[in-house]
Design a protein around this ligand. Structure first.
Ligand code: COA
Length: 162
């Protein structure tokens, strides 16, 4: 029997921040395999392509051996079924995340009752952070190094100078 405990961590990751990395580190502590999956949020028009986002994630999780990077365009529960993942990670930064997460968790649970949803709290240094804020600071040439890895700083510069 396969006892590998695999979890997926879906998101837009446009781009991955240190707050996401914090969640991935916590998930890697709990699971044998964590697959960070670039998924589609139909309400968002990302700045970076799927490939660019996956590349930045790979660079940001190099230090974590059990972590893989993938992408999926469709329902996240279908991705979980396809890959055999029985757990899904979500980060909860503040109370304001709760309502959206609660709704999404109940929809996902209705669609795939066998999947367990695990909510992890990032370090308090990252509770105010999201990818939009990072893109906005970078757009106006602000210093984003407290929020993202050095590699992502470089990729943001390249993208926004184009
Ligand atoms: N640190 C820093 N920022 C964080 C964070 C953390 N730990 N956790 C979340 N964020 C940020 C994200 O960067 C994102 O920022 P943005 O809105 O500025 O882009 C924001 O918080 C919201 O993140 P999240 O709730 O993870 O949304 P998302 O867009 O990244 O991911 C999907 C949503 C992709 C997982 C969801 O739309 C999905 O499952 N799509 C597939 C289709 C599907 O199954 N839909 C049905 C769902 S019920």
């Amino acid at each position: 029997m396969n006892n590998v405990k695999r979890a997926i961590y879906p998101g837009t990751f446009d781009p991955i921040t240190l707050g996401h990395v914090d969640i991935i580190e916590r998930a890697a502590f709990l699971f044998d395999e964590v697959v960070v999956t670039v998924a589609r949020n139909i309400g968002k028009q990302p700045l970076f392509s799927v490939e660019e986002r996956m590349d930045m994630i790979r660079e940001s999780v190099r230090h974590l051996p059990g972590v893989q990077v993938d992408n999926f365009d469709g329902l996240i529960v279908d991705y979980a079924k396809k890959t055999g993942a029985r757990a899904m990670i979500r980060g909860l930064r503040a109370m304001s995340d709760f309502e959206y997460e609660f709704q999404m968790a109940l929809v996902n649970r209705t669609l795939y009752p066998d999947m367990v949803q695990v909510f992890l709290m990032p370090h308090e240094a990252y509770t105010h952070l999201n990818s939009t804020v990072v893109r906005e600071v970078a757009t106006f040439q602000g210093d984003v190094s407290p929020f993202v890895s050095a590699y992502v700083v470089k990729k943001l510069k390249e993208k926004l100078e184009k």
